[in-house]
Ligand binder design. Structure first.
Ligand code: F6R
Length: 612
């Protein structure tokens, strides 16, 4: 993962780099560092922990200079330590490198370089790059970088500086994101738009196997084989305002509360009213001929986005009668998938930078399948590699635990299913319109779930159970996917072991775990499986387990059967996942809060998982 940034111009570089790293921190936060070139010397400042520690160090040192590189790290090779923090340099401290990605076979490369006399000072794969550039350097930095990149395998977004070229940054990308920000007599690089949005809105996206040489006045782009590329900058309109906490204690809480607005925005991007008939319809850009040719759909994604895929399968199969499989992106390319030109592959990803999801869609392309990306970040790698992108308009999601992106994904996947069903002649315009009206009403139901009364109840339950060592989450149907999502939310931000399980599978093993110390969160919403869920609740209570039920408003009887009840509004069966997940997000948030955990930046995690 990791985030990189860089600047060349006439302003003091250190504050610019540190500010950008603050925005990139979501990509990794176990250490951070900057390198600044000044007076023929490169000064490196690195510190373990978050960017705030680096900021303090840089202010103390009064780092000066007008060209530099920065990095925030999520450890892959070598533990989080100052030595393993970037930037890394060559043997003589003349070349520095910041790198996001993984260099394949770096151990062998390191051995060869050590035999040639190079001295390594870290355990990282990235340091190999600095020594390789040193080896190939013959007076022209970009030629040396190009030679190295042609001789290595793996993924990289890379920034390089050399003392002999005091006004030059050489950067490159392959399978890790990198963009160039164009200023007036100054230029920037970054892993992500938002990190440099306060400086410039003119952005050039680099593609795989491209490199750029940046001076304050010039940007020269070429492939690593030396083919010149002429690319104009995009003007980016995204607002930075959404990246502030606006009075909330954490981004996660703010993002939970933003869900009604985010869903509304997502709906508005795709829903239209027919002026003549007054019917609502949706257009995802498919044409009828295209849909006729779809034999099956494969969804590839990871984590929370994979949970959205599980629910999407129900939407699509039930409404459009097209078979869907939902694959872990990390497994997909190793499974010799049974797909072809008649398979529609949908990659779901909030960030659009998840390495496994990108690898999965690249694999699918080899079979000739059509690729649709469902993505939140405009201009991300996934959106650029897919045949077409359908955006969720959740706005920037900063908290590592995904919340509003998930509910926006569900919203869009439901609309996608409606569009396919209509064009596949499984639903008529009237039916589609009624379904759209129902999903439009979901924002009011979510607002209700976020009422003060509900929050107080969830806070109370959180206090009661925050010291539990384990949690079980059970559900059936789409409630099973929500149970998985609830358990993931809890474990990632509170470090409590939590397991999501199909309620019907409990008796095949996990029931052995139940005793008086085991809180079990049960998705017990009214619907076809309700009686079965009540039977599961009885089985838990018979073994002294503590049941926290997520139940449908008006279900008074459930109070007697359980220890705690959190009600959600009674909504259409396709929409229950959207309301049921809200109390689970809040429960995990308040438990993590009680336990004094770092809610927005939990240990060992990063927002975009850009390594496989
Ligand atoms: C959990 C979470 C992760 C992501 C996963 C995929 O709260 O955020 O499980 O869902 O890393 O990320 P994207 O959707 O960016 O591909």
């Amino acid at each position: 993962m990791c985030g990189i940034t860089g600047y060349v111009g006439s302003r003091q570089v250190a504050p610019i780099l540190v500010e950008a790293l603050g925005y990139l921190e979501y990509r990794g936060y176990d250490s951070a560092g900057i390198a600044v070139l000044h007076d023929n010397k490169i000064d490196i400042s690195r510190s373990i922990g978050k960017v705030s520690s680096l900021k303090f160090l840089v202010q103390q040192k009064k780092v000066e200079g007008q060209i530099g590189l920065g990095h925030t790290r999520w450890a892959t090779h070598g533990q989080p330590s100052e030595k393993n923090a970037h930037p890394h340099s060559d043997c003589h401290g003349k070349i520095v490198v910041v790198h996001n990605g993984i260099i394949d076979g770096h151990m062998e490369l390191k051995k060869v370089l050590e035999n040639e006399g190079h001295i390594f000072s870290s355990q990282t794969d990235s340091e190999v790059l600095a020594h390789l550039i040193e080896k190939y350097y013959d007076g022209d930095l970009s030629v040396a970088v190009g030679k190295v990149l042609k001789n290595i395998l793996g993924s990289y977004s890379l920034g390089v500086m050399h003392v002999d070229h005091p006004g030059l940054l050489v950067v490159a990308r392959h399978q890790s994101p990198l963009l160039v920000g164009c200023g007036d007599n100054e230029n920037f690089i970054s892993s992500d738009i938002r990190a440099i949005l306060s400086q410039t809105r003119r952005i050039i996206f680099l593609e795989d196997q491209e490199m750029a040489s940046l001076t304050a006045k010039d940007i020269h782009i070429e492939t690593i084989d030396g083919k010149k590329i002429d690319r104009k900058p995009h003007f980016v309109e995204e607002s930075l305002e959404q990246s502030e906490k606006n009075g909330y204690d954490h981004f996660m809480l703010k993002e939970i509360f933003e869900q009604p607005t985010a869903i509304k925005r997502t709906l508005e991007s795709r829903v239209f009213e027919d002026k003549k008939s007054g019917l609502l319809s949706v257009d995802m850009g498919f044409d009828e001929e295209e849909i006729k040719n779809i034999k099956n759909i494969v969804i590839v994604s990871c984590g929370t986005s994979w949970h959205a895929g599980l629910i999407a399968r129900r939407y699509i199969e039930k409404l459009c009668k097209i078979p869907v499989s939902v694959e872990y992106a990390a497994e997909f390319r190793y499974n010799e998938p049974l797909i072809d030109r008649k398979t529609l592959v949908i990659g779901i990803s909030q960030s659009g930078e998840t390495a496994d999801t990108l690898a999965a869609i690249r694999e699918a392309k080899k079979y000739g399948s059509r690729i649709i990306a469902l993505c939140n970040v405009v201009g991300s790698s996934l959106s650029r590699e897919a045949d077409r992108t359908i955006y969720t308009y959740a706005g920037p999601e900063i908290g590592v635990a995904s919340t509003k992106a998930f509910t926006c994904q569900l919203t869009l996947l439901y609309l996608l299913a409606l569009d396919l069903a209509y064009k596949n002649k499984q639903m008529d315009g009237d039916e589609v319109s009624k379904c759209i009206m129902k999903i439009q009403g979901i924002t009011a139901s979510i607002e209700k779930s976020l009422s003060t009364e509900n929050l107080d109840k969830i806070k109370h339950i959180s206090c009661k159970y925050s010291q539990s060592r384990n949690f079980l989450y059970l559900g059936r149907g789409s409630g099973f996917a929500i149970a998985l999502e609830g358990a993931l939310k809890l474990k990632e931000i509170s470090y409590i072991h939590a397991e999501g399980y199909h309620a019907g599978e409990m008796k095949h093993g996990p029931i052995a775990l139940i005793d008086k110390n085991m809180p079990v969160v049960v998705l017990a919403l009214k619907g076809r499986r309700y009686d079965k869920i009540l039977a599961n609740i009885a089985e838990i209570k018979a073994r002294d387990g503590k049941v926290i039920a997520i139940a449908t408003e008006g279900d008074d009887a459930i109070v007697e059967l359980t220890d705690e009840v959190i009600y959600v509004p009674d909504v259409d069966r396709f929409m229950t996942p959207l309301v049921a997940v809200i109390p689970l997000q809040l429960l995990s948030y308040y438990i993590a809060f009680q336990r004094n955990c770092d809610v927005d930046q939990p240990r060992n995690l990063a927002k975009s998982v850009t390594v496989e």
